[in-house]
Design a protein around this ligand. Sequence first.
Ligand SMILES: C[S@@+](CC[C@H](N)C(=O)[O-])C[C@H]1O[C@@H](n2cnc3c(N)ncnc32)[C@H](O)[C@@H]1O
Length: 210
Amino acid sequence: MLCKEEVRSPFHRIFQNLKFYLFFQKTVNFVYGGLDNKIRNLLSENITPGSLALDIGCGTGEYSGISGGKCLSIDLNMKYLSYAISNSGKNHVKYLCMSSSRMGLQDGCIATVYAVRLFHHLSDDDIRGTLREVMRLLKPDGKIVFFDIVDPGPGKPFLRRLTLMDRGKYVRSFDENSKLLEDVLGEAKEKRIVYFSGNPFPYGLWTFSN
Ligand SMILES: C[S@@+](CC[C@H](N)C(=O)[O-])C[C@H]1O[C@@H](n2cnc3c(N)ncnc32)[C@H](O)[C@@H]1O
């Protein structure tokens, strides 16, 4: 895993500023060659339409309620949630301020759980805690979809350095992410794990079905 402690991003604090955050998201989308649409397509392909979905670490709600069905969207950052509530115009989405490792929701009520670019913000222990919560909330035939950026690897030092500018402290390799997820979700009936080499940055998609 990339160690963030020594190489702190000069932009780290500025991300608390909503305007900068939105600008950065747009820049990332551009640098990754239209990543936004790719994420939307991947989510749409995987979310069961019309059923209750849960978007964990929703940020400003970019991918909340993407299937058109009801959606609960959670995040720790009240600023981002307030922006989503005022600007998204998505009446089928309910935004809640809570932590992914302790979501005060009913057992077995969610059909699809998804998280976009959340895991590189969570320590290994927080990911395990989050996955246990996800399993508790998921319906018996539920689906899990995770999308995240991954470490470009030591062979690409410049891209690695740019990756470190993200606020997430825990940018893992694709294999490290896969291992963590499979350790907890290995019992799932079906799984699909896809590495995208990206252009120029790599990312990964992990989907599991109960
Ligand atoms: C990179 S942003 C991604 C936002 C959105 N999913 C997207 O892709 O545009 C990561 C988000 O995860 C949220 N977050 C970090 N740790 C969290 C936690 N433990 N529980 C809930 N949200 C968390 C942050 O506040 C931030 O909004």
